[in-house]
Design a protein around this ligand. Structure first.
Ligand code: ADP
Length: 405
């Protein structure tokens, strides 16, 4: 055993103290010894000094060994004790061990060898217990910390849940407001357009050239505004989950051809080519014709809008037996990698400056993506700034679920 061991002898008999002292010194241990003759003096010295072990007589003038050991425990003085007594019996030994005494020996059996063995064992066990105690204490502290952290996490989770609910309510209110507003705007817009069309028919009087021009501009602007209002209305309906697919069997080749041709004049105005490449052997699919047309129109009109040179090509093909792919490729301005993930978000436009060249609400792709998703499909984009973009819509050949979102 390493280092000097500090041992306290507690015995009222001077002769016994001397005998124990002598035996301790004859052991192979390096020992420093202190002596007291009653329990209260033992407590006093133990309060201010550390000892590796106490050798305790059972019968002391003030308390017995058992009482002293219990008092030490009450005072949280952690020192191992061995009881050396001339008066003990087995019953006392058992009680002492139960109270936490490490060992017990009748004084008649004391020898340097036995004392050394008892001390070594006692001190080793006590040190191991102290190590285990401190490990346990650390575990308890860590546990308490974890419990506190868990409680804090739970409080944060609850706060976030409340905030989420509030956000959802606000978002719901926003969508409802947009839906009501755009719906209300449509009625006067239709009236403005209807009356300007009537004026242009000149049933109520001939218009001068200037009046004709101005009325045509009212009609044109009205149409533009109505497109925007309709986009906002569609988007808010999608957000509120008020869009339902009306599934029917339809000819995809016909739908793509008709939709593309409707937009040809836009491409021609910009001197762009507009190609259709149909590679679909079985053109019949099941989907909502209006929603699909909406997707095609959004992608094609964007492709034309963001292209100044070259052209646009729409390709329809089968990915496999169950899936079709519609790809709209353009040779336009392209999209920077950093913006690719944002463009599907509502009101996101790469160029958000007031002076931007291209008009639009920033809702087209958000609407397109939502529609593709309720058709259980997906939309992908590849793009190279300055070289062009390709938007791919992958859809099941048969949209089976009529999913109200
Ligand atoms: P909008 O066209 O009304 O601005 P969209 O939601 O349709 O809104 O598109 C969002 C943004 O994505 C556009 O403003 C544009 O910056 C970018 N974008 C979409 N399609 C293309 C395309 N074919 N080429 C380049 N940029 C595109």
């Amino acid at each position: 055993m390493e280092g000097k061991l500090k041992i306290l002898i507690v015995d009222d008999e001077i002769v016994d103290r001397m005998a124990i002292n002598r035996d301790l010194k004859q052991t192979d241990l390096d020992i420093e010894i202190a002596e007291v003759n009653d329990a209260k003096s033992a407590i006093a010295i133990l309060k201010t000094n550390n000892f590796d072990c106490i050798c305790l007589d059972y019968l002391l003038p003030d308390w017995n060994g058992l009482e002293l050991v219990k008092e030490l425990q009450k005072l949280a003085i952690k020192v191992p004790a061995i009881v050396l007594t001339g008066h003990g019996n087995e019953q006392i030994a058992v009680e002492l061990m139960k109270a936490g005494v490490y060992d017990y020996l009748p004084k008649s059996k004391i020898s340097p060898k036995i004392l050394a063995r008892m001390l070594k064992n006692t001190i080793r066990i006590h040190r191991a217990e102290m190590l285990a105690d401190s490990a346990n204490q650390k575990l308890r502290e860590t546990n308490e910390l974890l419990v506190t952290q868990n409680q804090e996490l739970e409080r944060q989770r609850q706060r976030i849940e409340v905030q989420n609910q509030q956000l959802q309510e606000i978002s719901q209110l926003k969508s409802e407001f947009l839906a009501v507003m755009s719906h209300e705007l449509r009625t006067p817009m239709n009236a403005i357009m209807g009356f300007s069309q009537m004026l242009l028919l000149e049933r109520h009087g001939i218009l001068t050239d200037k009046q004709q021009q101005m009325t045509k501009r009212i009609l044109q602007n009205g149409e533009n505004l109505l497109t925007i209002v309709n986009e906002v209305l569609d988007f808010s309906k999608l957000e509120l989950g008020h869009v339902e697919l009306y599934l029917e069997e339809l000819d995809l080749i016909e739908l793509v051809t008709v939709t593309t041709e409707e937009l040809r004049s836009l491409a021609e105005k910009k001197d762009l080519s507009l190609e259709i490449d149909l590679k679909l052997a079985r053109p019949l699919i099941v989907n909502d014709g209006n929603c699909l047309k909406r997707i095609l129109t959004n992608l094609l009109s964007n492709a034309i809008k963001f292209t100044d040179k070259g052209g646009v090509k729409i390709t329809v093909s089968a990915r496999d037996r169950e899936t079709i792919e519609i790809a709209v490729r353009d040779s336009g301005i392209g999209i920077d990698r950093a913006n690719l993930s944002d463009i599907f978000e509502a009101f996101r436009q790469v160029d958000r400056s007031i002076t931007r060249k291209h008009s639009g609400t920033g809702l087209g792709l958000a609407i397109t993506q939502s529609l593709v998703e309720i058709m259980s499909g997906k939309i992908e984009v590849e793009s190279m700034p300055g070289q062009g973009s390709t938007f791919r819509v992958i859809l099941p050949r048969q949209v089976v679920k009529l999913c109200p979102i």
